[in-house]
Design a protein around this ligand. Sequence first.
Ligand SMILES: [Zn+2]
Length: 409
Amino acid sequence: MKKIFPIKGAIQNYAWGGKEFIPDLMRLRNADSQPFAEVWLGAHQRGPAQLIVDGEEMSLKDFLEKNPEALGEKVINKFGKRLPYLFKVLDVNKMLSIQTHPTKEAAEIGYYAEEKTGIPITAFNRNYKDDNHKPEVMVAMTEFWLLHGFKSLEAIEEVLKSVPEFKMLLEYYQRILHKEVDNKLFHFYKNLMEMSQKTVDEILQPLAERLSLDFVVKKLPKNSPDYWAALAFRDNMLEGGHFDRGVFSIYIFNLVCLQEGEGIFQDAGIPHAYLEGVNMELMANSDNVFRGGLTVKHVDVNELLEHMTFEAVVPNVLTGTEIDRGVKVYQTPAPDFELTRIFLKEFEKYFCEKAMTPETLIVMKGEVIVKSGKEEFRLERGGAFFATSGSEYTLASYRGAEVFKAAVP
Ligand SMILES: [Zn+2]
């Protein structure tokens, strides 16, 4: 089957979502002010997109099960009969948990081991939801703040020195720095994650008190970890008024601010947390997340430590490689997906002579006329379509447009 279909994404109303961007993008009413966190444009069982087939809705997951040839031979040979990627729009209003994702090999071992023990897939303490890895690439649609990878050893020492409440931590850290141990970051982070809740509270309580005053009078700039720590103290307290140890990570991970159009890639093992902003995110089709705080969800410290990469990271901000006029690819080493951004000026066209893999496209600005053979439809901002492997199509725009495309490289 070589064809294109309009699709409607599945909305996820997670509590951290914003209330305006996604309802506005999808032209949905939000009368009772619900959080709209994500739009999923994929075939994942927890929220498949709906395909419009001859005027009727059908889930993309069901469609691909009935028509696996739509995936194309190349994808089926490499990934089996499933869409390898999951494409999303995210609107982060409140910070997300600190997390890391497993490698493919680790996910396979972990998933089948948990299946054997009989822990239900929906259980609170279930770590592996599937047998897949979850590398992620994202591109900011607004100014976007996130934590990404460990700072250098020196930068961590500097930041600990700058916070008087971390005096004890600093002394401990400096002892590790001067010790002959293999992995200093591992030892320090493990200590933070295994510290008693009582000690965590004793360190963070005075910090929270000091920062809350500065936060209220707007004295904290966003490029300071203090700002995000103050937000976490406001929004992320644990049950019983305890402090979330994830706050330490706000200081020891790189605080990154992406401008619109800039992207970043998160490979297996890189700790990260999204703090604020709207982005397009493309990832392998998986839900395997190990959390390290800033969450009320399950935190399994042993799994987290096992799958985290304890190396300093210099954030590699992606600006996209122009492969054609107005067409930029955000290249990553992931075999599962490739994210492309297409700019169309007024009356410009984009030709796809043959989609080599299943493609998913969404209009983020302007409008486009999509044509494939006799098929033709118009998509406004927020509109999306799915192109089966082997299909050809043309995008044209009278007013100009910006379109994001997910495909398999
Ligand atoms: Zn992630």
